[in-house]
Design a protein around this ligand. Structure first.
Ligand SMILES: C[S@@+](CC[C@H](N)C(=O)[O-])C[C@H]1O[C@@H](n2cnc3c(N)ncnc32)[C@H](O)[C@@H]1O
Length: 226
């Protein structure tokens, strides 16, 4: 097992691993491996877009230095569980609107105290912003219409000054007839127009052919009037 440039991520050949915060427990049927008395969990890039982003060459770890994260669209907690391994001391607020997906997320939070699930619609951040407070990173993977708008509203409500975002933008679906490039351009334009520039764009193929990762940089400081 070799350390990588992304803090907390290990690799064996092309396979990525995180150190299991709850040894002996699997979250999604992943391989567990013990090396030198430490248990690692395989991080599947076909199941987690964050692992896909790393393997597609992310220069920096988006979670680096975060003490508080707002995660929109937690589903059953696959990616959440790896962030939980990577940020054992952080607060991970995880918003999920489907009660069916929320049940396993709640179960996950019983084993992992840094996972704080919220049953809510990410289109209504005013319902949970006071509980979440100010976060260093917003991770969004909601696969629904208005993805840039949802990000912006959550960022305005919770992202601290200098905070960052990672938007897993869905660009292909059976009901979507527009070109992926047009969807990306429109989202980038909407984000930049509200002072949230995209600093990196990564196509997640072959791991996900439906998504492009947009890393949203800190808001530029307001210019000083003289
Ligand atoms: C592609 S899945 C997320 C997968 C997850 N991020 C992972 O990597 O493990 C999308 C999730 O977003 C949820 N979702 C969709 N729209 C939402 C909204 N408006 N608010 C909260 N969750 C939403 C869906 O219920 C679904 O569980």
């Amino acid at each position: 097992m070799e350390a990588t440039a992304w803090p907390g991520v290990w690799r064996d050949g092309r396979e990525l691993y995180t150190e299991n915060l709850r040894p002996g427990h699997r979250v999604y049927g992943e391989e567990l491996r013990e090396v030198g008395g430490v248990e690692y969990r395989h991080w599947d890039p076909f199941r987690s877009k964050l692992a896909a982003l790393l393997l597609r060459g992310a220069a920096r770890a988006p979670w680096d230095g975060a003490t508080s994260v707002l995660y929109l669209g937690g589903a059953h907690g696959t990616t959440v569980s790896h962030l939980s391994d990577l940020l054992p001391e952080a607060d991970l607020f995880v918003v999920e609107k489907s009660p069916v997906a929320f049940a396993p997320l709640l179960e996950l939070s019983r084993l992992r105290p840094n996972v704080l699930p919220i049953l809510a619609d990410a289109q209504l951040p005013e319902r949970y912003a006071a509980d979440v407070g100010s976060v260093d990173l917003i991770y969004q993977d909601v696969a629904q219409r208005g993805q840039a708008r949802i990000f912006l509203e959550n960022a305005d409500a919770t992202l601290r000054r200098g905070g960052r975002g990672l938007l897993m933008l869905k660009v292909r679906s059976v009901t979507q007839t527009r070109a992926p490039r047009a969807i990306v351009d429109e989202a980038r334009h909407e984000l930049a127009g509200r002072g949230r520039p995209v600093v990196a764009q990564t196509d997640l193929a072959p791991f996900s052919r439906q998504h492009v990762a947009l890393e949203v940089g800190p808001r530029p400081a307001p210019s000083v009037q003289r």
